[in-house]
Design a protein around this ligand. Structure first.
Ligand code: TMP
Length: 213
């Protein structure tokens, strides 16, 4: 049986790491093999690309360069990690995937959405996450939470950049309601976990149903 591909998305500081640990444990308790990975990254080359981008000085990469680096890392990640794991029956949880490119490069940097669509079609050849949890909160909340870190390439962006990123995430969720589930990340951890449990239970029930058909 093929594994399921779950992605976690959201602005910086919304609690993706906590959410990923929670989702991993929930799915493992259901008896599935689970791997955790991330974008950009997930492979040796992808992690080098990640470092290259996140350690660049703000404004030194063009939006097109950012986009192509994200997709280069993604193509490698798909071939080396995601597709083999899914084929092997593992469930894959990725900390970000292509929705982030639409939100950050498309929304934040105004890269053509049509170009992103065609890159996505070419590189992914029809593969999409089966489920995406979008941890949503106003940018101010996340930016306050990360304000005491050393900020990386994107974390140093303005609130208006993050507003544009968030709007695209919300548009994607509105247009792909079956796949993208919005989690209110401004709520307490207890409430966030309850929202995640509701979504996962429903997803796992559908997955079992499809596997039995
Ligand atoms: P993070 O995984 O720690 O959130 O850092 C990754 C950063 O890279 C984050 O600011 C979002 C950004 N990013 C993009 O801009 N486009 C992408 O396609 C991906 C996967 C990430």
């Amino acid at each position: 049986m093929k594994g399921a591909f779950i992605t976690i998305e959201g602005l910086e500081g919304v609690g993706k790491s906590t959410c990923i640990s929670f989702v991993k444990e929930f799915i493992a308790n259901e008896g599935h093999k689970v791997i955790i990975t991330r974008e950009p990254g997930g492979t040796l080359l992808g992690e080098k690309i990640r470092k290259l981008i996140l350690e660049s000085k703000a404004g030194t990469l063009s939006a097109e360069t950012e986009t192509m680096l994200m997709f280069a890392a993604r193509a490698h990640h798909l071939n080396l990690v995601i597709l083999p794991a899914l084929q092997n029956g593992s469930w894959v949880i990725s900390d970000r995937f292509t929705d982030a490119t639409f939100a950050y490069q498309g929304g934040g940097r105004n890269v053509s959405m049509d170009w992103l669509d065609s890159l996505q079609n070419y590189i992914q050849n029809g593969l999409e996450p089966d489920l995406t949890l979008l941890l949503d909160a106003p940018p101010k909340i996340g930016l306050n939470r990360i304000s005491n870190r050393d900020l990386d390439y994107f974390e140093d962006e303005s609130e208006s950049f993050y507003k544009k990123v968030r709007n695209i995430y919300l548009d994607l969720a509105k247009n792909q309601k079956n796949r993208i589930k919005i989690i209110d990340a401004s709520a307490s951890i207890k409430s966030v976990n309850l929202q995640i449990i509701t979504v996962l239970k429903q997803f796992i029930a559908q997955y079992k149903q499809l596997s039995n058909d």
